[in-house]
Write a protein that binds this ligand. Sequence first.
Ligand code: FES
Length: 152
Amino acid sequence: MTNDDASVADPSRRTFLIGMCGAAALAAGVGPALLADDAVAATGIKRKKNGKVVVTVRKVPELRKVGGRVLLGTVKGAPVAVVRTGSSTYEALDLSCTHQGVTVRESANGWTCPAHGSQFAEDGEVTRGPAMANLALVRTRWNARKGRLTVG
Ligand code: FES
């Protein structure tokens, strides 16, 4: 048995290396599932059977002030966040970077892409390339009487 054979046959080392690669990918913001769909189970956020997500904004602490935002997980296959843009206005953003599709992350003033550094304002407007376009808006429907935003 060579040293290479020993390393392949040692499951604990392999498991460790796989775990380290996964942790590094998550730390770098690379990967398909950065937004846990568990977020949808949070109070005030419900996923419907048709894939849409309903946000009861008064129950979501992150949306109590203008500029607040909450990650919804994936909505119909896209990573989505809701941003409060005014006293009673909200936007749902597709968090797929418009450069090459990597999921952007929250940053102090908006969103930053971990792949090549594009930056976007809180409302999704591109502020630094290489991305050339704003983050896409996801269709929403606002029910003022119930204070519910349906996303998707
Ligand atoms: S994929 Fe986001 S900057 Fe390239």
